[in-house]
Design a protein around this ligand. Structure first.
Ligand code: GUN
Length: 294
């Protein structure tokens, strides 16, 4: 093994420890950051993610509210709940777990969240602010990746960065963050021709494809920083374990730095959700939302 591991688990723990002082400072002002998480349907992966988000809130001293709806719930009912949460002073962050059932208009739902409570950063207003280089809420997974680069002394300025994946959740905001940090960025996706020709140029390679072991050693430049955003469950005949988008065992001999799965980007995503929720509560407190005098 030649590559050094980028340890997301330890960094996530360090950041969560540092959050305690911010949560205590808010508590001294009568404020407790509150997150509402909406889960629609019974997608097993979404159920796990939502449970982990709610548990992380409890562990960090945040208030959390989990709202679960059946898969056939009417969109209007969810929109009415979002309007209620937007007006609820105990709630500083609102998250609707994606993907939504097919009868939902995802854009309409995300846009029904008040931008000041949009801790996922998916509202068009927050996505636009990020695109303009003045972000207010940064989507949690790419935010976590930037923190991992920073903590490992990797400055993207002047480097070639290649992002595989163009989703609104990871790929696009990841590319914007890297551009804002001074990297020269290429975004590859399912329609890209000769993907390896692009990825082999990358000093920083971010894989957000959703396909197990998609990035192979021949696609990676020697000495590159490889960030694996994938969380794929292998079929039972392959052991049923979690596996990233990168063929870790082969790529670790080519890359200089690499994130493992699990223990890489995954723990950072929820950590940055906590960061955004605490930030939302701090902004509210700064606007005079001090409950002791309310
Ligand atoms: N589904 C997969 N990742 C995410 C995320 O970061 N936020 C939400 N709301 N849904 C997701």
């Amino acid at each position: 093994m030649s590559a050094r591991l980028i340890d997301g688990k330890t960094l996530a723990e360090e950041l969560r420890t540092a959050f305690k002082a911010r949560v205590a400072a808010l508590a001294a002002r009568g404020q407790r950051p509150g997150l509402a998480v909406i889960l629609i349907g019974e997608d097993p992966a979404s159920q796990v993610y939502v449970r982990n988000k709610v548990n992380a809130c409890e562990a960090a001293g945040l208030f959390s509210q989990k709202l679960v709806y059946p898969v056939d719930v009417a969109q209007a009912e969810v929109l009415a709940k979002l309007a209620e949460l937007n007006a609820d002073p105990a709630i500083h962050g609102i998250l609707v777990q994606l993907p939504l059932p097919r009868h939902f208009d995802e854009k309409a739902v995300l846009e029904a969240i008040a931008p000041a409570k949009d801790v996922d950063g998916f509202h068009a207003e927050n996505a636009g602010a990020l695109a303009q280089g003045a972000p207010r809420f940064i989507p949690c997974t790419p935010y976590g990746v930037m923190k991992m680069l920073e903590a490992n002394g990797i400055d993207p300025a002047g480097r070639e960065a290649v992002v595989i994946g163009r989703s609104n959740i990871v790929g696009k905001p990841m590319a914007l963050l890297l551009i804002n940090a001074g990297a020269t960025v290429t975004v590859c996706h399912s329609r890209t021709r000769d993907l390896a020709a692009h990825t082999r140029r990358a000093d920083i390679l971010v894989a957000a494809v959703g396909k197990p072991r998609f990035v192979t050693a021949d696609m990676v430049k020697p000495g590159a920083v490889v960030i694996d955003v994938g969380i794929n469950r292998l079929p039972p005949e392959e052991g049923g374990k979690l596996c990233g988008d990168v063929d870790f065992n082969a790529v670790k001999d080519v890359a200089a730095l690499i994130t493992p799965v699990p223990g890489g980007v995954g723990p950072m995503t929820i950590t940055m959700l906590l960061a955004n929720t605490i930030e939302a509560a701090e902004r509210e407190a700064g606007r005079g939302g001090d409950k002791r005098h309310a």
